[in-house]
Design a protein around this ligand. Structure first.
Ligand code: C2O
Ligand code: CU
Length: 504
């Protein structure tokens, strides 16, 4: 581990602040280690050139405050375009995404392209890989999308992703090996924005930032008074699958493709259709257990990367994770149910291949209690296995903190941009994730798809259960400064984030 001055980081990474920082701290220049590859450095450009950028595909996104109909309930929220989720971006592997973001929000923003091994300066982390995008300004992201798969994007600014700012990013394979007739992109979310408060109010309640004394916070023993921040805190949500506490936040709604269960998104197809479902969990604080009534699911991908096919009844998806499944559709009307794990509610969509009446809104497929796609049962497809290489370096990270102080962090510390875990290009790096807390955490690494040490399963987000350890390996082949953090957005914002930097 290595510490550098924050201004060094900014000077290295951000051309715009470079000049100002240089004049501001000339006396300290001598002690400035030029230790890390900067996000717009030559190494990053060289890595991008090796991706052999193909045709440019242009997209324009506008982040703005909007009224959105969730299916009978209209909310005021922040969106990309006029809809939740935002319009999907779909390109072919090797193509270049050129996405212009216009920020019409009342706050700074950014976009992170979750799961892609992209050029570091397009990674969208304000203060690390770019300047925050100010209200009324624009920013252009341009990067090659190297690997086919199911990805998504969201702001990397505070807890904005717990509003309506998220959408799917699908990278198609020019030589798609899977045979299927139709595709359904399914984005899951937990929702409270504009209904019971805003994510900022939730965070204030969780951290005690509203000035309340923690001991007296409503919802922690006192009587919750509706409309107060403490009302958002969820206590006693338990899940065996998650090994304990399921989540921190009480949500009034759970959405599938931006729709409430009573007015669901409907996929229409013919019986016998072979359907690929791309499941994405865009929630802030909720894992989903997903099943399709009267069908088994064949898992084909996790986090964009192919697995050996595995037939299951249900999958558990933590925040930030994706699963692709194949299913051959029966004749009828079938709910796709995403149970908000440990929270006593669900999101749902419908698949309609026949004329039957829709099942009742609270129908719970028996498949939810069937065979589950545990990590231990999944294997990577041979083509995506990491090449054999001895471990050059192990970074041990204890997951620490708790609900009472809301001091989530790594190794007992909250996020500090001066703390950068050093790696070198070409190394095989092992992350040893040791959960010392009483809660599960979906840990996400930017810019790389690691392999679970136990099975080789390729992922970019891994759920680490209470009192468990997970080891993952990655090839250090994408120079830059990269975030590693919990994808519970409230945990991340409270401090469960850290940086990994490539040494120059
Ligand atoms: Cu989807 Cu840094 O996260
Ligand atoms: Cu967490």
């Amino acid at each position: 581990m290595r510490s550098i001055d924050r201004r060094t980081l900014l000077r290295g990474g951000l051309g715009l602040v470079g000049a100002a920082a240089l004049t501001a701290c000339t006396t300290r220049r001598a002690e400035v280690p030029s230790a890390f590859v900067s996000p717009n450095g030559a190494e990053v450009r060289a890595a991008e050139a090796r991706r052999r950028p193909g045709a440019i595909r242009e997209f324009h996104l506008t982040a703005a405050e909007r009224q959105v109909d969730l299916g009978g309930t209209t909310v005021s929220t922040w969106t990309y375009g006029e809809q939740v989720p935002g319009a999907q971006i779909r390109v072919t592997a090797g193509e270049v995404v050129r996405a212009r973001l216009s920020n019409r929000l009342p706050a700074d923003t950014s976009i992170h392209w979750h799961g892609l091994a992209l050029r570091n300066d397009a990674d969208g982390v304000p203060g690390v890989t770019q300047q925050p995008i100010k209200p009324g300004t624009e920013f252009v992201y341009e990067f090659t999308a190297p690997d086919p798969g199911t990805y998504w994007f969201h702001p990397h600014s505070g807890i904005q992703l717990d509003r309506g700012l998220y959408a799917a990013l699908i990278v198609e394979d020019p030589r798609e090996p899977l045979g299927y007739d139709a595709e359904w992109v399914v984005v899951l979310d937990d929702w409270l924005d504009g209904v019971s408060g805003t994510p900022d109010e939730v965070l204030a309640g969780l951290t005690g930032g509203s000035g309340m004394d923690h001991g007296a916070m409503p919802g922690m023993g006192g009587t919750p008074s509706p409309g107060t921040t403490g009302d958002h805190m969820l206590m006693g949500a338990r899940s065996l699958l998650l090994g304990g506490d399921a989540g921190d936040v009480r949500y009034p709604h759970f959405l599938l493709n931006g729709r409430l269960p009573g007015a669901p998104d409907v996929l229409r197809a013919k019986p016998g259709t072979r359907l690929r479902i791309r499941l994405i969990n865009a929630a802030g604080d909720t894992a989903f257990r997903v099943a399709l009534a009267e069908h088994r699911l064949t898992v084909t991908h996790t986090d964009g990367f192919a697995t050996e096919p595995l037939e299951v009844d249900t999958v558990l998806i933590g925040m930030g994770e994706r699963y692709d499944v194949l299913v051959t559709l029966n004749d009828g009307v079938f709910p796709l149910v995403a149970q908000a794990e440990g929270k006593g509610a669900a999101a749902r969509g419908l698949i309609r291949t026949g004329k039957a009446a829709a099942p009742p809104i609270d129908a719970r497929p028996a498949e939810l209690d069937g065979a589950i796609a545990r990590y231990a049962r999944l294997r990577p497809a041979p083509a995506v296995r990491l090449a054999q290489q001895a471990t050059d370096r192990t970074i041990k990270l204890e997951l620490t903190g708790g609900m009472m102080r809301y001091d989530w962090g790594f190794n007992g510390r909250r996020y500090d941009p001066k703390v950068i875990h050093t790696i070198r290009s070409g190394e095989r790096v092992r992350l040893s994730l040791v959960n010392r807390t009483t809660m599960w955490h979906p840990i996400h690494l930017h810019g790389h798809t690691f392999a679970l040490a136990a099975t080789g399963l390729r992922k970019d987000t891994v759920n680490v259960l209470p009192n468990q350890s997970v080891e993952v390996d990655f090839a250090a082949d994408n120079p830059g400064l990269w975030m590693l953090h919990c994808h519970n957005i409230y945990h991340a914002e409270a401090g469960m984030m850290t940086l990994i930097g490539y040494q120059t």
